[in-house]
Design a protein around this ligand. Structure first.
Ligand code: ADP
Ligand code: MG
Length: 193
């Protein structure tokens, strides 16, 4: 059975870029859950409002556990929804964080509509992925990495160091609310849709 490492974060924080590089570096298996769900038809429906699939949670959990049990390598799970995995199977949850203004820029480059950008930037401002991860896994398994001014290579270096035990992971909790100006936050408010 492979060890499980989760790379979590709001869309656009760099999960897939990081997980791909990391899996090459440490010879692990990379599962991009969004892609995996589509490729294996593990969805119930398509939600046109959120431009995303509604996943069949039971099936996704079952398939992921099966994959981990069969693997003799470390399995890196790349998802914005880490709480889908049972806590005792997971060794580390690295939550990638990105300054909301930089995140907005990354999501614009993906060509996303403003409604979807705003929703995700707001989720990042409110640390939703971290809160959910901490509620699901014990606090000491969840580490945040600010990717705003780091190359993907640097992020991978930090994660590798923690996994291999030569870097002490940072216990820093990131709170964009306290770092942003109120007018920056207001831009993402819902304006009667
Ligand atoms: P996610 O899988 O979390 O949605 P991606 O890996 O698809 O994020 O990355 C989103 C965008 O941000 C891509 O254009 C990618 O090149 C860029 N990116 C990813 N990591 C970084 C980083 N550390 N610094 C700058 N840009 C990054
Ligand atoms: Mg991705």
């Amino acid at each position: 059975m492979g060890k499980v490492i989760i790379i979590a974060g709001t869309p656009g924080t760099g999960k897939t870029t990081t997980a791909k590089l990391l899996s090459k570096k440490i010879n692990a298996v990379h599962v991009d859950v969004s892609r995996y769900v589509i490729e294996n038809k593990l969805y119930i429906d398509y939600d046109p409002r959120h431009l995303s699939y509604v996943i069949d949670e039971e099936k996704v959990i079952e398939k992921l556990i099966e994959l981990v049990e069969k693997s003799d390598k470390i399995v890196i799970i790349d998802t914005h929804y880490p709480e889908i995995l049972p806590p005792d199977t997971v060794e580390y949850v690295f939550v990638l964080r990105t300054n909301p203004l930089i995140l907005e820029d990354r999501l614009r480059k993906k060509g996303w509509p403003w409604r979807k950008i705003r929703e995700n930037v707001m989720a990042e401002i409110l640390s939703i992925v971290v809160s959910n991860a901490i509620n699901r896994f014990s606090e000491d398994k969840v580490f945040e990495i600010d990717t705003s001014n780091k190359t993907p290579e640097k992020v991978v270096e930090e994660i590798t160091g923690v996994i291999k035990g030569y870097i002490k992971p940072s216990k820093q909790r990131i709170d964009w609310l306290s770092l942003l100006k109120p007018e920056d936050i207001m831009r993402y408010e819902i304006s009667g849709e």
